[in-house]
Structures are given as C-alpha cells and as structure tokens.
Design a protein around this ligand. Structure first.
Ligand SMILES: CC(C)=CCC/C(C)=C/CC/C(C)=C/CC/C(C)=C/CC/C(C)=C/CC/C(C)=C/CC/C(C)=C/COP(=O)(O)OP(=O)(O)O
Ligand SMILES: O=P(O)(O)OC[C@@H](O)CO
Ligand SMILES: [Mg+2]
Length: 237
C-alpha cells in the first residue's frame, strides 16, 4: 500500500540549486499546479545554494522536498527528504557508503517520518548521475527487472526511480517496470521536453519528474503539468 508522504504526487519539477532561475520563472513553476518541487542535482550542490533556493520556493504553498546528494547539501526545513541509492553501480560509495556517512553526521536530526530511500536505476550512461555514481547504465529490460525485484520485493524500498536524466527513456521498459511493482512508488525522470512525452510517462509512472527543460523552455515545461494531470484523471475514470 502506497501511503507515503509523497504518495499523491503525480507531477513534480526538479530544480537544480547549481542553476540560475529568475523569480518570474520560479513563480510560474510554483503556481503551475505541480504537486511538488524537488530540489536536487548531482554536482555543484552546496548548503548555500540549497538554502537559497528553498527560501525562494517557500514563498509559495507548494510542497518542497530535498533530494540529498551531497553531505554539504543536507539542509533542514524541507517538507520531505529523498535519499538516493544507486542500485546499478558496483561502487559501494554510491550504493551505500555515502549515505552511511550522511547518517553518521546527521542521523540524529533526520525527520524519519518524511524521509524516504529512493532506489535509483540509472539508465542514461551519458548523464552526470551515471558518471558521478559509476552506474552500469547499459541494461536491457531483462537486465533491469532483477534490480526492480530487489528494490521492490526484497528491500521493500518506498521508491523505485527510473532515471534517464537528460534523455527520454524507453517507455516500454517503463511499462514493464510498472507492471512488476508490488509496493514501491514509481518515479520516472529524464528528457521530458514536451507535453506528449510527459503524458506517455504518466501512463506508467506514479510520479513524473520534469527537470532540465525548465531552464531551456519554460513554456514547454509548464505544459507538462496539465498533460500529466489529464492522464491521471483519465486513469481514475
Ligand atoms: C540536517 C537534516 C535535517 C538533514 C536531513 C537530510 C537528510 C535526510 C540527511 C541524511 C544524510 C544523508 C543520508 C546524506 C546523503 C549524502 C549523500 C552524499 C548521498 C549520496 C547520494 C547519491 C547516490 C548520489 C549519486 C548521484 C545521484 C543519483 C543523484 C540524484 C540526483 C540526480 C540524479 C540529479 C540529476 O542530476 P543533474 O545534475 O540534474 O544531472 P544533469 O547534469 O544530467 O542534468
Ligand atoms: O532533467 P531531466 O532530463 O528532465 O531529468 C529529470 C530528473 O530525473 C533528473 O534527476
Ligand atoms: Mg539536471
């Protein structure tokens, strides 16, 4: 049963503290009807740029969560926290050790009831996330499934995140992953730069994450909100 603090999120914008965004653009994103803003990035994330972006998003009532990806970027005051675990890496650092170091430092301050592990399966080998974490992103659908079973059924992680950061993913693979999940909440992110791509991802993922397009084409980014909402509405009917 999916009853986590983020369970009803259908669409989110992911904003990178290392990238500039104007007040006008931020206003449109926060007022767009999206369910949440996730603040996160895989490089250049610091305490200062994270606090700064949080303070700006806090002018609005939209939920704001932090995806913790650096020790420096662990900032209090968010509505919730995601801690990523890269499942398809052989590097123990990104699988578990960085997170352990984080807990050694901040464990006593973590608001556990609104902090969740996300099991990342990184599938774009050219993405910063893949390079940083040494992910083995060249996986066929058949090769992805054991990671999904491990995350969902053995480890019972609350989130499985199919991550194609920077590239639109294989929707048939996403559909297969969705059909295999028994309890985890499925996030999809990567390469959504058009409403139609968002709608197709929303057919399978519980939550669709829209990232980089926010910085390149704000109008296209904003159009993804309604596209996702329409698919979710039609799935209810
Ligand atoms: C003090 C307080 C209240 C703390 C609460 C916060 C909290 C829960 C702290 C716990 C401590 C802790 C566990 C810290 C974790 C520290 C850590 C370093 C974890 C490792 C995370 C990880 C596996 C990172 C690898 C890269 C990755 C998967 C990042 C996820 C985000 C992502 C994919 C962003 C997209 O990247 P982007 O930069 O946009 O990429 P492009 O350039 O391609 O666009
Ligand atoms: O930036 P994009 O490609 O939209 O990806 C979104 C998100 O999944 C990144 O972690
Ligand atoms: Mg990005």
């Amino acid at each position: 049963m999916d009853t986590e603090w983020f369970s009803n999120w259908q669409h989110v914008f992911k904003l990178d503290p290392d990238k500039e965004i104007s007040d006008e653009a931020l206003d449109q994103l926060c007022m767009s009807g999206t369910d949440a803003i996730i603040i996160g990035g895989s490089s250049g994330v610091t305490f200062e740029n994270t606090v700064d972006l949080l303070a700006r998003v806090r002018r609005y009532s939209v939920d704001c969560a932090l995806e913790v990806s650096t020790m420096d970027g662990a900032v209090p005051g968010f509505d919730g926290y995601f801690v990523p675990f890269v499942l398809n890496t052989k590097e123990a650092d990104w699988l578990m050790l960085k997170q352990l170091e984080g807990l050694q430092e901040y464990g006593h301050f973590v608001p556990w009831e609104m902090t969740s592990a996300s099991g990342y399966i990184v599938l774009n080998e050219d993405s910063t996330a893949a390079k940083v974490s040494g992910a083995n992103a060249k996986l066929s659908a058949q090769e992805v499934l054991p990671y999904v079973w491990m995350a969902d059924r053995l480890l019972r992680l609350p989130v499985v995140y199919i991550e194609y950061s920077g590239m639109y993913g294989d929707m048939s693979l996403l559909a297969r992953v969705a059909s295999e999940l028994q309890q985890a909440h499925l996030f999809y992110g990567g390469g959504i730069d058009h409403a139609e791509k968002a709608a197709n991802a929303a057919k399978h993922a519980k939550t669709v994450v829209v990232g980089n397009i926010v910085y390149n084409d704000l109008t296209a980014a904003l159009a993804t909100v309604e596209a996702v909402k329409q698919v979710k509405q039609s799935q209810k009917a």
